[in-house]
Design a protein around this ligand. Structure first.
Ligand code: PMT
Length: 399
């Protein structure tokens, strides 16, 4: 039986262009066995008609907070009591602000206030609105209040811009809802993900680093969370905000990252090393700023520990996944790393040509002992979800 069978999902639709996907979302939720009622805000009704949503949900659509007709039928308290989960999709920046600040001045906001059931939002907005300081502040407040956040994804947007802020696709939202009822592919699993670069200090103001933005690793952590896992993200220095619902540990150097990862994997089921860990660090970082009084000088570098190999070598090792970033002979080098480090799986990515480091898109080849799968070019968020699905499959196969 599906995790959503007979579950009552109250779908709140707010006024953004992604509301056009609401009828498809209702159909997919019902296909998965859920019973769906829809609450439409006045702005959402400008994008999608109540009649369409009534037809696909098989239920009257709820719009009014203060009408005798509404309250004599299913009013906001009854709707809130009926729901096993409230999903707001799309959730606009305006709705997030009103939810974060405790408003209850329309039917959907009032249902959210009255609900004892969990609330999840699927944000959908222009990239600038998503990154805006007030939106991020409201997001943090909502996460603190226990609201689940599904997405957003990134890619090209209706406004013509490219970036974060796209609503997740209906099938991804159905999977995320299933995850709330213990049905996610990684439900009950503990996953540790490393992400971003490491910085190896030369002196108090300079360091050796690399171009990893953390986007791939943060997407992997979020996909694991959406699949129901309890996720710890060990992150090198990046400019990304903490993803909602994930325990984030910020570190700087490879040695810091090693300590944080080894502590976190002690009781983990899966470790995914997406971090671009520096292979070398300065042997003796200067304690004072190095002066430019010489025409040339050499810096002695010493080898950093290989965190991934150490995790794979633990007596009680988690399912261990590496990444391989290569400019040439990508698959041959990746297969060698898989074998040498005795990994369970490796994700190989060619770097350059708009892929790999600092990009929104990537392409991966997944290799494991005796198998291989191509994941063609797509957003890092979409690839991360496919990677997590394969990891869950292989983990289950291992038993
Ligand atoms: O952060 P983004 O801008 O989104 O870019 C994503 C990415 C290109 C960084 C990512 O997709 C990726 O490929 N990460 C691994 C990069 C890398 O350092 O590859 P590597 O071939 O040098 O290392 C192989 C594996 O060993 C990696 O899993 C790495 O985390 C691990 N490693 C490496 C060295 C070391 N000292 N300790 C390690 O654990």
């Amino acid at each position: 039986m599906n995790a959503l069978t007979h579950k009552h999902i109250l779908l709140g639709v707010t006024g953004g262009i992604a509301a056009y996907k609401a009828p498809e979302l209702v159909r997919r939720l019902r296909d998965a066995g859920a019973d769906v009622r829809v609450v439409l805000t006045p702005a959402a009704a400008a994008f999608v008609t109540p009649l369409t949503l009534q037809a696909v949900s098989g239920r009257p659509v709820h719009q009014e907070l203060l009408s005798a007709e509404a309250e004599s039928g299913m009013g906001h308290i009854e709707l809130a009591r009926w729901a096993d989960l409230i999903l707001v999709a799309p959730a606009t920046a305006d709705f997030m602000a009103r939810l974060a600040h405790g408003f209850a001045d329309d039917l959907l906001a009032a249902c959210c206030r009255a609900a004892r059931a969990p609330i999840a939002i699927a944000p959908a907005m222009n990239v600038g609105m998503w990154q805006n300081a007030a939106t991020q502040r409201n997001l943090r407040q909502l996460v603190d209040d226990g609201v689940r956040v599904f997405g957003p994804g990134s890619g090209s947007q209706a406004c013509g811009e490219v970036g974060e802020g796209r609503m997740l696709e209906p099938l991804e939202l159905v999977a995320a809802c299933a995850g709330q009822f213990g049905g996610g592919a990684l439900a009950g699993r503990r996953v540790v993900v490393s992400a971003g670069p490491t910085f190896e200090d030369l002196d108090p103001v300079r360091f050796i680093g690399n171009r990893s933005s953390g986007r791939m690793g943060y997407a992997v952590a979020q996909a694991a969370r959406e699949a129901g896992a309890d996720v710890t993200l060990v992150s090198g220095p990046v400019a990304l905000p903490d993803p909602p619902g994930i325990a984030v540990q910020r570190v700087r150097s490879a040695l810091d990252m090693r300590a944080a990862v080894l502590a976190a994997v002690a009781d983990a089921d899966v470790y995914i090393g997406t971090a671009a860990v520096a292979d070398y660090r300065p042997a003796a970082p200067a304690t004072q700023k190095i002066k430019k009084d010489r025409d040339a000088f050499a810096i002695e570098l010493v080898r950093n520990p290989d965190i991934l190999a150490e995790v794979a070598g633990l007596a009680r090792r988690p399912f261990t996944v590496g990444f391989a970033a290569e400019t040439d002979d990508v698959l041959a080098y990746a297969r060698r790393k898989l074998d040498d480090k005795r990994l369970d799986l490796i994700a190989a990515n060619a770097v350059g040509a708009g892929l790999g480091f600092e990009t929104d898109d990537n392409a991966l080849t997944l290799l494991w002992p005796g198998g291989q799968r191509e994941l063609p070019r797509a957003s890092k968020a979409a690839l991360a979800r496919e990677l997590i699905a394969v990891i869950a499959e292989r983990l289950d196969a291992r038993g």
